[in-house]
Design a protein around this ligand. Structure first.
Ligand SMILES: NC(=O)c1ccc[n+]([C@@H]2O[C@H](COP(=O)([O-])OP(=O)(O)OC[C@H]3O[C@@H](n4cnc5c(N)ncnc54)[C@H](O)[C@@H]3O)[C@@H](O)[C@H]2O)c1
Length: 343
C-alpha cells in the first residue's frame, strides 16, 4: 500500500474526463469510482500507479504492445500457442526449446528444430520480432547467458513463461530412478532454473512477469504419474514462494493450470487410457480418441473431452498484460470446468 497521492488522483480523474469528452462519451480511461476517496474526511491510501492496474481502458487485458517475452517449451503444444498469442497481441517473442530428446523418462515424442522454426514463422506472421533459441532448461548456466544476451539485444525482458516439461506414466513401485529423478529435474528444477536465471533482469528493471505452467495434476494426486504430479505440485509451491519474495520489485509470479489439453504430451494411447480410467469407467485395451472423448466429455462441466492449446493461451495474455498488475501468487485454471470438482 502506498501513500495517498492527491496529484495522481487528479491526473486519473482528469484523464478520464478528458477521454470521455474527446470521444464524445466513449471514454478511453475511466475511474469507475471517481475521486475523492475519503473516510470521515481522511484520504484513502491506494496502490502506486506503477503497480496498480489503473483505470478502465479498452484492451488492457489483451495488449502486449512493445513487450518482449520468452517462452520455454515453445516448439509446439501450449508453449507454441502462448508464443503466437503473445505475438498476435503485440509482443516480440523468443521461443526457447530443446527441440530434441529430453529423457528416456518421457512418454512424448521429442520436439524437432523444424517445429521450433515453425513457431517463429507463426510469430512473424503477426509482424512481430521472433527468434528461436535451442537450449535445455536443466542448464542454468545456459539460461543465465540467454537472459544476459536478450537483455543486451532487446534492451528488456517483460514476460517469461516457464512452460517446458515432460510427463512419465509409471506406477510408483515399477519406476526406474530416471522415471522419478528426470521428471523432477526437468519440470521442477528446470522451472526453478528459469526463475533464477531471469529474476535478476526483472529485479534490475523493477518489473517483470513470470507465468509458470502447472497442471490439475499438480492439485490432486495422479494414479501412475506420481513424479509428474509431484513436479507440478512443486511448481505451485515455487510460484507462491517466488511471488512472496519478488513482489517487492513489482514482479508478479502466477501459475496457469490447464486441464487436459490435446498436445504431443498427451496424444498417445497410454494417456487416452489414463484419461478414461480417471472417470471410473472400464477402459478398452486400445481405445480410439473418439471413445476417450465420449467417456470424458460428460464428466466435464463444459462437455469437452479435452481442450486445445489455444484455449489456454488467452489466459497467459491476460496474466502478462497490464490488467493483471495486481495478480500474483495465483493459480489460474483453464479446464473446461474440470477443476470445479476439486477443492
Ligand atoms: N497437455 C496437457 O494436457 C497439459 C495439461 C496440464 C499442464 N500441461 C503443461 O503445459 C506445459 C506444456 O505442455 P504441452 O502439452 O504443450 O507439452 P508438449 O510436449 O507438447 O511441449 C513441451 C515442450 O517442452 C519442451 N521441453 C521439455 N523439456 C525441455 C527442456 N529440458 N528444455 C527445453 N525444452 C524442453 C519440449 O521439447 C516440447 O517442445 C507443460 O508444462 C505441461 O506440464 C499440459
Amino acid at each position: 500500500m502506498q501513500n495517498y497521492d492527491p496529484f495522481r488522483r487528479h491526473l486519473l480523474f482528469s484523464a478520464a474526463a478528458a477521454g470521455a469528452a474527446a470521444a464524445g462519451g466513449a471514454a478511453a480511461q475511466i475511474r469507475t469510482d471517481p475521486p475523492p476517496h475519503e473516510l470521515d474526511g481522511k484520504p484513502m491510501p491506494e496502490p502506486n500507479a506503477s503497480v496498480s492496474a489503473g483505470p478502465v481502458r479498452p484492451g488492457r487485458g489483451s495488449t502486449l504492445t512493445g513487450k518482449v517475452a520468452l517462452v520455454t517449451g515453445a516448439a509446439r503444444g501450449i508453449g507454441r500457442a502462448i508464443a503466437v498469442e503473445f505475438a498476435a497481441n503485440g509482443a516480440d517473442v523468443i521461443a526457447l526449446d530443446i527441440a530434441g530428446p529430453v529423457s528416456a523418462a518421457s512418454n512424448a515424442v521429442p520436439a524437432t528444430p523444424a517445429e521450433l522454426e515453425e513457431t517463429v514463422r507463426l510469430i512473424k506472421t503477426y509482424g512481430r520480432r521472433g527468434e528461436a533459441i535451442r537450449a535445455d532448461i536443466r542448464d542454468i548456466g545456459a539460461l543465465r547467458r540467454i537472459a544476459d544476451d536478450i537483455d543486451t539485444r532487446y534492451g528488456r525482458i517483460d514476460i517469461v513463461v516457464a512452460n517446458a516439461a515432460i510427463q512419465r506414466w509409471s506406477p510408483l513401485v515399477e519406476m526406474t530412478d530416471a522415471d522419478w529423478n528426470d521428471v523432477i529435474e526437468n519440470n521442477l528444477n528446470g522451472t526453478a532454473n528459469t526463475i533464477r536465471a531471469f529474476a535478476p533482469t526483472f529485479i534490475k528493471q523493477r518489473k517483470g512477469r513470470f507465468i509458470l505452467l502447472s497442471s490439475m495434476q499438480g492439485k490432486h494426486g495422479t494414479k501412475d504419474a506420481a513424479s509428474y504430479s509431484a513436479s507440478k505440485w512443486g511448481i505451485i509451491g515455487l510460484m507462491k514462494s517466488a511471488a512472496i519474495e519478488l513482489g517487492q520489485y513489482d514482479i508478479t509470479v502466477n501459475a496457469l493450470i490447464p486441464g487436459l489439453v490435446d498436445t504431443p504430451l498427451t496424444r498417445y494411447e497410454t494417456r487416452l487410457r489414463e484419461s478414461m480410467a480417471e472417470t471410473g469407467r472400464s477402459v478398452p485395451q486400445h481405445p480410439t480418441p473418439q471413445e476417450a472423448w465420449d467417456v470424458r466429455a460428460p464428466t466435464v462441466p463444459l462437455r469437452v473431452g479435452w481442450l486445445e492449446p489455444e484455449d489456454i493461451s488467452p489466459a497467459a495474455v491476460f496474466l502478462a498484460s497490464d490488467a493483471a498488475n495486481m495478480v500474483t501468487g495465483a493459480e489460474y485454471e483453464v479446464t473446461g470446468g474440470d477443476s470445479a470438482k476439486d477443492i
